[in-house]
Design a protein around this ligand. Structure first.
Ligand code: GUN
Ligand code: ZN
Length: 458
């Protein structure tokens, strides 16, 4: 098996950086090397040292002066919402009913699911993200499509078919039993196949009956190693409706708690309006609150209090995510830029090292997969992003006055997007280059259909 030797400025985190001067929190090599073999990083450090470990035939790729970081991680996104993103004028429940549920009915069609799964993973990788925790639609076929695409690309992704049996149109409803059976079949087929991870995915309490949450609970008991993902405390109308549907619950979190759905592998999207009791319950169980800044702003849901959640006596484990298509960008750089502004509106700051920790190691820790991804440590999977802080004229000009790594990272976060992503390695394979070559040979968006359709509706 041939190996690959990457050269560039390497940055990887060991722990949360308290300040921009907290150097022991990260490992940075100005002339760094990464030796990749069999999809793994087998050596990392100063280039001169790593080069000595490379075999004769190693393929050498010089990415200087760019930064090599662990691939970015998106802890919450909806792949069936690619044609929902940028839908105007609604708050959460209207947005779901007007745009999202009708769109998700299309995923009954397996071919549609496969096309969108392919385009979604193309888009994710193009933006430097190598792992996503994805919601599929209610249809088993949509999860089949997602996992098949993900497996073909050898990506480490976490995904599940959403369970939803009420308060939505017929075309996106299952039943408690069919949700259980379909989830079970998908787990058997995909969980642990290559790099695929299954997440038990009750959409949220409004669309799951008590009987269905009981089924989700049974799945979690039967598969304690699996992730569970859902939505929690995103919007005031959502909270009020939930408490109407579950009148015995003391608060929204208590609904999930009652069914044993809290735990270290439980990912709760949004968590904006938590009471202290709810935050304590999440903290006590090691549950994860997922911060989705572009979505929270776009839908007018509220300001996630990141620093207070971190600092409280019982701190929360936090991940960050795009939440596409409520979220407005596939880029985790754009996501952290908006996250920074939300944190600023709460009167706090997030320093650039903390941001990049969160995007890499922080999200890997929150997803309990840091032994595989999120760092450049030898033994890790070779998921790597190459970032260029001079990718646009404005960035290049601003870089003329940036003297430190902290300034460069902050510039990447503030001005960067997919244009700053020079290359992406997925399990050691140059995925962005491969995709560009493939795109040049084939039109994947079916231009004939696109031309026929667009102007008729204008
Ligand atoms: N709550 C339940 N479903 C969804 C969804 O698709 N997006 C968001 N943002 N919140 C939800
Ligand atoms: Zn969501």
């Amino acid at each position: 098996m041939t190996s690959t030797l990457l050269r560039g400025r390497t940055l990887s985190f060991l722990r949360w950086p308290e300040t921009v001067d907290d150097h022991p929190a990260w490992r940075y090599e100005d002339d760094g090397g990464l030796l990749l073999r069999n999809g793994r990083i087998v050596a990392a450090g100063a280039y001169a040292d790593v080069e000595k470990k490379a075999d004769e035939g190693a393929k050498k790729i010089d990415h200087r002066p760019h930064l090599l970081l662990p691939g970015l991680i998106d802890a919450h996104a909806h792949f069936p919402q690619m044609q929902v993103i940028a839908s105007y004028g609604a708050e959460l429940l209207d947005w779901l009913n007007t745009y999202t549920f009708p769109e998700e009915t299309k995923f009954q069609n397996a071919q549609h699911g496969r096309r969108i799964a392919r385009l979604f993973l193309d888009e994710v990788v193009r933006h430097g993200t190598t792992t996503v925790a994805a919601y599929c639609s209610v249809h088993r076929e949509s999860a089949e499509a997602f996992f098949a695409e993900s497996h073909d690309r050898n990506m480490l992704n976490i995904a599940g078919k959403v369970m939803m049996d009420r308060n939505a149109p017929e075309g996106v409803l299952d039943t408690p039993q069919s949700a259980y059976d379909d989830s079970k079949a998908l787990i058997a087929e995909w969980h642990g196949k290559g790099r695929q991870h299954y997440a038990i995915t009750p959409r949220f309490a409004i669309t799951s009956s008590p009987e269905q949450l009981e089924m989700a609970s049974a799945l979690c008991r039967e598969h304690p190693d699996l992730h569970m993902q859902t939505h929690l405390s995103e919007n005031h109308a959502e909270i009020a409706f939930t408490l109407q549907l579950y009148p015995k619950a003391s608060d929204y979190t208590d609904v999930y708690e009652h069914y044993g759905l809290l735990g270290r592998k439980s990912l709760f999207g949004h968590c904006i309006h938590l009471s202290e009791r709810e935050a304590d319950a999440l903290s006590d169980t090691g549950s994860v609150a997922v911060f989705c800044p572009t979505s929270n702003l776009f839908l007018g849901s509220g300001l996630f209090d990141y620093q207070r959640y971190r600092r409280r006596e019982k701190p929360l484990r936090i991940a960050t995510a795009t939440d596409v298509g409520g979220g407005t960008n596939y880029s985790m750089l754009r996501t952290m830029d908006e996250g920074y502004k939300v944190i600023a509106l709460n009167g706090e700051k997030l320093n650039p090292f903390q941001s990049f920790w969160q995007l890499t190691r922080g999200n890997a820790e929150a997803l309990s997969i840091v032994e595989r991804i999120g760092t450049l440590d030898p033994g890790s999977d070779a998921d790597i992003v190459v970032l260029d802080a001079r990718a646009t004229p404005a960035m290049r000009l601003r870089m003329e006055t940036a003297d430190t790594l902290a300034e460069e990272l902050f510039l990447l976060q503030t001005l960067g997007d997919d244009r700053a992503v020079r290359e992406v390695y997925v399990a050691g394979r140059a995925a962005k280059t491969d995709m560009a070559i493939w795109l040049s040979h084939t039109s994947r968006l079916d231009p004939a259909a696109a031309i026929g359709q667009s102007l008729q509706r204008s």
